[in-house]
Ligand binder design. Structure first.
Ligand code: 13P
Length: 267
């Protein structure tokens, strides 16, 4: 089954407005050479204060597709209220977002996000029309003690709990082994694909085969132009969530270009 790949750049807590604007322009000038039907879904996730410096880029060929979409890096599940420092899904939509990253390991680790909170965030995203990019992944300790599959499967079951199969098929999951994030040590593509296939099986058990066939599962963790082709050649990897290499237009654009060469579903 063909799933349109997603290449998403998580800018994390980097780039002030002028820097965000110039990176956005560098990506725009690259994607402007193609039609949306030729490109993977290209997504950028700047910090909240730079959302005003970027915008979604629609295709000009009449296909109604987007050449570039914008994502939040986090959201709250309530739509408004006394939650100092938080941002709602409605506010992200209002600022031009159509995606939101949720449950990133950095948020789980440094901001004590729980599976229950991530489930509420996923539901809030879906009910206001944002596509949640739900992150999961194991630590080195968990991998070494042999509990990777069990851990990830419990993260996925909790994140998708109470969500209809139809909505699950609209979600995106990002498998990001914690030990591969920012270390330069990408997970072996064969192993990343094995875990992504295991995640798809868990989705089929919770939400049915059709949702499992449609949901896009990304790999994240030290993705670079030199790793993307092998990663994208794997059957269960539908794209990448990229940190460091998304902060420079040259490397991010090269990843997009190599994805286009690898995936027949972009053509
Ligand atoms: P790096 O690509 O820098 O390893 O970051 C991955 C990541 O955490 C994306 O969300």
């Amino acid at each position: 089954m063909s799933r349109k790949p997603i290449i998403a750049g998580n800018w994390k807590m980097n780039l002030c407005q002028s820097e965000a604007k110039s990176l956005f322009e560098g990506i725009c000038s690259f994607v402007s050479n193609y039609k949306a039907t030729e490109l993977p879904c290209v997504v950028i996730a700047p910090v909240f204060t730079s959302l005003c410096c970027v915008h979604p880029v629609s295709c000009d060929c009449g296909c109604e597709g987007y050449k570039l979409s914008v994502s939040g890096q986090n959201c709250h599940w309530e739509s408004s209220g006394a939650y100092t420092g938080e941002i709602s899904c409605e506010m992200l939509k209002d600022a031009g977002c159509s995606y939101c990253i949720i449950g990133h390991s950095e948020r789980r680790q440094y901001f004590s996000e729980t599976d229950e909170m991530i489930n509420k965030k996923a539901k809030a995203c879906l009910s206001c029309g944002l596509t949640p990019i739900i992150c999961c992944g194991e630590s080195l300790e968990q991998r070494e003690s042999g509990v990777t599959d069990e851990w990830i499967s419990s993260q996925i079951r909790a994140a998708l709990s109470g969500i209809s199969s139809e909505d699950v098929s609209r979600c995106v999951i990002a498998y990001e082994p914690i030990w591969a994030i920012g270390t330069g040590k990408s997970c072996d593509a064969e192993e990343a694909n094995r875990v992504c296939a295991m995640i798809r099986k868990v989705v089929s058990e919770c939400s049915g085969q059709s949702a499992a066939d449609s949901i896009r599962i990304l790999y994240g963790g030290s993705v670079k132009p030199s790793t993307i082709e092998e990663q994208m050649s794997k059957s269960d990897i539908d794209g990448a969530l990229i940190g460091g290499a998304s902060l420079k237009a040259d490397s991010f654009n090269e990843i997009i270009e190599k994805t286009m060469k690898t995936c027949s579903c972009c053509v």
